[in-house]
Design a protein around this ligand. Structure first.
Ligand SMILES: NC(=O)c1ccc[n+]([C@@H]2O[C@H](COP(=O)([O-])OP(=O)(O)OC[C@H]3O[C@@H](n4cnc5c(N)ncnc54)[C@H](O)[C@@H]3O)[C@@H](O)[C@H]2O)c1
Length: 487
């Protein structure tokens, strides 16, 4: 089990703590603020409800979270030390001096700095080769990007090791090869922010109108293809060259304010703050965080289904976590119902009543049926060879409420598995609490004739093993039920 030390547990440090903790690391926090524990607790509440459900497999067991009064205690023996103290160079340098006297020379010291270059952070350090910029994005527990900015003082092995550790907790490390102020993303965002300030100052648009201009159009495009790929598509069949020929000259027209920065007068600050209050003041920051997280989870899970962008990163993380998550036929205790699903309930599976929405029970039980089919040998290769199971009938009972973030497990009892017939009874639990049951009757079919037929002898043999193993199980209460006509 690995250990991370979080130095500075504010908005960003709290997000790092949650990301490591929920991916199975032990986390030690050093922050002189007496409120740090409460603040990290609140970030963790949000993270527990949103992050585990992004995965379609269970995350590792949570690590242990401890708070330390001395920085040396927090960093001793840690594999990763993440500095997220306020954005002041003198403070950051003082922190590195203190922590390098106590930490393991092999540990990675990552800085969350939004603006400083790694060479500035390494200046005068005991071991400059150990310090690197690892710049995250809020909420750190959900967004995958980390800009990894090293200098020549960091070895290639060190940079690769840092990237491997980041990937192991689900991040997407982007190796920024040349250091600049504000790295790649914040340099870009500052240009956008500057233009937005001008638009408000000049009375062209309100904060709300600017946000609508982003989120109703190009913001959604950017989230899935970024800038250049989006423009390539916009160029039509002639592609990027055509796009540049068409819009390149516009860059010479005064569309933007270029490098001018509007003066930060009290008047401008009040104007923007007032418009922002009018736009969003009806929601507390905690509410806005929850709305943001709900939206992010929904969008990222949609990208997951396309295996694209941030969704492809999530799928790669699932694949790395998967080995050992669910038992194979040889690993399962066949005298008991077999574990066929283990996951957290994603935010986008919940409804207006605040619990898991009806159709998602069917999705969960369908995933269990798919897993059962895999276990008995009806896997992707078998299906490609021309045989599969089709579901003929399903019956679901809702027994208790299930909420976002809940860790659910489905265990499957085979009631019949002979010839072309397969009758499964799934029970969904949170811990010992029974939440729902799902009963399915399936028929094995030939994908060529679309008619029922017997499965392969290998599948028949696997069904025989399950039937023999589970023969001692009682027939489940609730199996064979139907919604009765009132007497
Ligand atoms: N807020 C963002 O959106 C964002 C995004 C990416 C990166 N960053 C960077 O992350 C860093 C932290 O920003 P934040 O927004 O979390 O700030 P914050 O003010 O929310 O948190 C800073 C925390 O550091 C603690 N602290 C102060 N002195 C300390 C010390 N000597 N040792 C340990 N802890 C100390 C404070 O008590 C506070 O809890 C900055 O470098 C910032 O540029 C911020």
């Amino acid at each position: 089990m690995k250990t991370a030390a979080i130095i500075g547990g504010g908005v960003i440090g709290g997000g790092w703590a949650a990301r490591f903790l929920l991916n199975g690391w032990n986390v030690r926090v050093f922050d002189p603020d007496p409120e740090a524990e409460r603040k990290i607790g609140e970030v963790l509440d949000n993270a527990r409800r949103s992050l585990p459900g992004l995965s379609d497999v269970p995350l590792p067991e949570e690590g242990a979270l401890t708070f330390h009064a001395e920085m040396a205690d927090a960093v001793q023996g840690a594999d990763w030390i993440q500095e997220s103290v306020p954005e002041r160079l003198d403070l950051k340098l003082k922190v590195y001096k203190g922590l390098q006297e106590a930490c393991d020379p092999g540990a990675v010291i990552g800085s969350s700095t939004s603006g400083f270059k790694p060479s500035e952070l390494q200046e005068g350090a005991l071991r400059p080769e150990q310090i690197v910029v690892t710049h995250p994005f809020n909420p750190v527990y959900l967004l995958p990007l980390i800009e990894v900015v090293p200098t020549a003082a960091n070895s290639a092995e060190f940079v690769a090791h840092a990237q491997d550790l980041l990937k192991s907790v689900g991040f997407f490390p982007l190796h920024v090869k040349k250091e600049i102020d504000a790295h790649i993303a914040d340099r870009f965002l500052e240009a956008v922010w500057r233009e937005a300030l001008w638009l408000v100052k000049d009375g062209i648009a309100t904060t709300e109108e600017i946000d609508e201009a982003i989120r109703m159009g190009f913001g959604i495009r950017w989230a899935q293809m970024g800038l250049f790929e989006t423009y390539r598509v916009a160029g039509g069949e002639a592609g990027m060259k055509h796009f540049m020929a068409q819009f390149g000259p516009a860059l010479e027209w005064p569309w933007t304010k270029l490098m001018d920065v509007p003066e930060f007068t009290d008047e401008l600050v009040d104007l923007i703050a007032g418009q922002s209050d009018a736009q969003s003041g009806m929601h507390s920051i905690r509410e806005l965080e929850r709305i943001r997280d709900n939206n992010l989870v929904g969008m990222m899970r949609a990208l997951k289904a396309q295996n694209w962008g941030a969704g492809a990163v999530l799928n790669a993380h699932d694949a790395a976590l998967k080995p050992g998550a669910l038992p194979s036929l040889d690993q399962a205790d066949l005298s008991q119902p077999i574990l066929t699903l283990a996951r957290a309930v994603p935010l986008d599976w919940t409804d207006y009543n605040g619990h898991m929405t009806e159709s998602k029970y069917l999705e969960a039980f369908a995933n269990s049926t798919d897993r059962f089919m895999e276990i008995i040998g009806c896997d992707a290769d078998y299906i490609a060879s021309g045989g599969s199971y089709f579901t003929a009938e399903t019956h679901i009972r809702h027994i208790d409420e299930t909420h976002a973030g809940a860790k659910i497990e489905v265990r499957t009892q085979m009631l019949l598995g002979a010839g072309k017939k397969l009758h499964l009874f799934h029970s969904m639990y949170e811990g010992d609490k029974l939440l729902a049951t799902g009963e399915s009757f399936l028929l094995h079919v030939s994908l060529e004739t679309r008619r029922p037929c017997a499965p392969s002898t290998e599948i028949e043999a696997a069904l025989g093993r399950v039937a023999e193993g589970q023969a001692g199980l009682p027939y489940p209460e609730g199996a064979g039920n139907a919604i009765r006509k009132p007497a």
